[in-house]
Design a protein around this ligand. Structure first.
Ligand SMILES: NC(=O)c1ccc[n+]([C@@H]2O[C@H](COP(=O)([O-])OP(=O)(O)OC[C@H]3O[C@@H](n4cnc5c(N)ncnc54)[C@H](OP(=O)(O)O)[C@@H]3O)[C@@H](O)[C@H]2O)c1
Length: 430
């Protein structure tokens, strides 16, 4: 009989338990596709006391990470414990020992992925690290290899997409929608990591490394969260024909732009229909055209679906010849990063102004002096004070927009700038 591929599973929480369930549920099919059985030999956890009905008879539970790595029968390490450390050290140790590693850990990949993928391009698998159950890593790494990719747009954080969907659909405030997400189990008690855009930034780094074949880091990403999005802005966005999404955007021309921020998306764009906790990644290739990958971005079985697929791929390679395939992920030349001040976008702007003749001309003048031209405008609330004056601009350099805004804020008739968001449209703006 073919020798089983020995597995050490680091973590048996939400994802790890899902992995064990799928391995049991599809044992024969998986063995057939992997060229022989997968045998989970060690499972690393923090506590041995908890009842864990999914643990198979072949596996030994342990709190000793070294014992899991030292087991000579372990060929494949599956890291689903999460967090920075000790996960990163364990992944490194396993790779250094020649083992194959599957991980769902976006933190480790966003911080150390550049180096790890340079050194171990053929033994590190991470389909579950971005958008949970959606296959996007392998498509970027392999299926789209014949394309030059100019732009990747992702809705890669379920919590913020749920909050924005509820604000849009039910007119809730940010605080109300977040409380609802927490009650439904879609948001953490401390939601900062999600609502401030950091989770999406980690995933964007991973997507960009594959799409543009170069190492990037979190410092390369411009990040804004959704905490300042107001239901009023969702209502104006609708009038202009848009909805608001927290987008992770990777774009390149001569330089690469990496940014996470709330953005107005046209209602007829495929990403506008991605609602609730669902995730999606929209990719444009020069050969294939636009593609959208859509589905469950988290959850035990969806995420485990990606992890197990990686395990099968790893098992095949382990069995193949013992020799790693060639092929690098990164090119030799890393493109420069464009600073936010040089980024060019359309902008949505909501001012609160005094309702008197000439205000519009004053604001339009300041825009004009700094080469910001206006595409459309809405004025609401005549008579009441202050009134909203809302603009969508044509593409403008952010540094120019900032200068115009400084001047506009100084006008007597302008109460404040209540909102400023980017507008992300089709390829014509890219
Ligand atoms: N949950 C999702 O939907 C999802 C989606 C995509 C990606 N991911 C990623 O998948 C990974 C796992 O997430 P999860 O939701 O499954 O986490 P989780 O439910 O908190 O489970 C973590 C598991 O790892 C074990 N563990 C954690 N730290 C440990 C340590 N220092 N030593 C030994 N064992 C340790 C825990 O042991 P105990 O059981 O003893 O506590 C637990 O079994 C994370 O990187 C996460 O970002 C998760």
């Amino acid at each position: 009989m073919t020798r089983p591929v020995g597995v050490a599973l680091l973590g048996a929480g939400t994802v790890g338990t899902g992995v064990l369930r799928i391995l049991e549920r599809h044992r024969e099919r998986i063995a057939a596709r992997a060229g022989g059985p997968l045998e989970v030999r060690r499972i690393l956890v923090r506590s041995l006391d908890r009842h864990r009905p999914e643990v198979p008879a072949s596996a030994r539970l342990t709190t000793d990470s070294q014992a899991a790595l030292d087991d000579p029968g372990v060929d494949l390490v599956v890291e689903v414990m999460g967090g920075e450390e000790p996960a990163q050290s364990l992944i490194r140790a396993a790779l250094e020992r020649g083992k194959h590693v599957v991980t769902a850990n976006k933190s480790v990949l966003a911080r150390a992925g550049g180096e790890l993928l340079e050194r171990y391009p053929q033994r590190l698998y991470f389909e579950a690290s971005v958008a949970g159950g959606i296959p996007i890593i392998k498509p970027l790494q392999e299926c789209l290899i014949a394309n030059r990719l100019e732009r990747v747009l992702g809705i890669v954080n379920g919590t913020t997409n749920y909050v924005l969907t509820r604000m849009d659909r039910a007119g809730l405030t940010f605080e109300q929608a977040l409380a609802e997400a927490q009650a439904a189990g879609y948001a953490e008690a401390d939601p900062t990591y999600d609502v401030d855009g950091l989770d999406a930034a980690h995933k964007l780094v991973i997507l960009a490394m594959l799409a543009f074949e170069a190492p990037f880091g979190l410092d390369d990403v411009h990040v804004e969260g959704i905490g300042r999005v107001h239901p009023t802005d969702l209502a104006y966005a609708r009038e202009f024909g848009y909805t608001v999404k927290l987008l992770a955007v990777a774009r390149r021309h001569d330089a690469v732009e990496l940014r996470v921020h709330p953005a107005l998306v046209p209602r007829d764009h495929p990403l506008a229909s991605v609602e609730g906790v669902t995730n999606a990644v929209f990719v444009e290739g020069d050969a294939v055209g636009p593609l959208m990958f859509y589905g469950a971005g988290a959850g035990s079985l969806p995420t485990a679906s990606s992890v197990v697929a990686d395990m099968v791929e790893a098992a095949r390679r382990i069995r193949a010849t013992g020799q790693e395939p060639n092929g690098r992920i990164f090119r030799d030349d890393r493109p420069p990063i464009r600073p936010p001040s040089e980024m060019v976008s359309r902008f949505y702007l909501r001012f609160r102004v005094v309702d008197r003749p000439g205000v519009l001309a004053e604001i339009a003048g300041a825009f004009g002096r700094h080469r910001v031209s206006i595409e459309s405008m809405i004025q609401k609330g005549r008579g009441s004070e202050p009134v909203d004056l809302v603009f969508v601009t044509h593409p403008a350099r952010e540094a120019d927009l900032r200068l115009a805004l400084d001047q506009i804020r100084g006008l007597d008739s302008v109460h404040d700038l209540a909102s400023c968001m980017r507008v992300e449209r089709g390829q014509e703006d890219a």
